[in-house]
Design a protein around this ligand. Sequence first.
Ligand code: FO1
Length: 305
Amino acid sequence: MITALAGGVGAARFLTGLVKLVDEKDLSVIVNTGDDIELFGLHISPDLDIVTYTLAGVVDEEKGWGFKGDTFQCLETLKKMGGESWFALGDRDLATHIFRTSLLNRGWKLSEVTAKITGAFGLDVRILPMTDDKFETRIITAEGSVHFEEYFVRNGSRDDVLDVEFFGADTAKPAVGVLEAIMDAELVIVCPSNPVVSIGTILAVDGVRDALRHTEARKVAITPIVAGAPIKGPADKIMWGLGLEVSAFAVAKLYADFLDIFVLDAVDAAEKSRIERLGIEVKVANTLMKSLEDKVALARVVLGN
Ligand code: FO1
């Protein structure tokens, strides 16, 4: 069994390469739910949907989220009525949020809803929310505390990050199957996602870090930082705000208590020995995924073959 820890776009892109090399039935993906947000009374799970739509081949590849070719008539009408339209919810995308919310309102767990949705998209991969409980990533700025999506999308990552808060981390339990997926795996892959607000959130769920320290699995992380910058998203602003060096080394250090292997981008090869001194084996590879071949080649490096 292979288990991946995933955030949104970067992770999903890597996974499309991985599933070309492994049987989807052998793959479990534990996904961040700290970005989940309620809008118009609907429960939206951005990272679960990004991973699902991407693996189902229906994602808007250019944006990395939402449905390819989606329309936004509902959102435009909501906007006319004075509704919030800063988070672009497409007409087909809304079906997912309406369906998810209707089942949650009937008492379904988020993990049960997710299994229903991934099944509807014909996916054999097991996609697991990190928790079925409330867990909200909030960014602290001089303006106060804002939801991650408000910080990232509505405010365009404009403000300096003073701190990051995981609201609910002290009570959130791992969703059914999460700890087993880590303990029973031969390989655990930490996808190239934001180390603080996408992977750090998963690590903050009760028991996950312990499971990663104790599993027999080989644990491999792919750097989300190349040449001092993230490929996508606000990882630099968030790491900088937390006083972390914005580097591959700083990410490796965040995972050092459980990690075996770190896949470093070729442009950062100079950081290899520094990361090795953390007791982590380093593989140098091209981690920029411009084509499917790139994604498959990177997955081959991670699989070690
Ligand atoms: N990202 C944006 O930058 N702008 C958006 O309007 C936006 C809408 C959106 C709707 C559904 C969804 O699943 C994701 C969406 N995202 C949008 C992506 C999201 O903000 C981030 O990519 C993830 O939360 C970070 O992994």
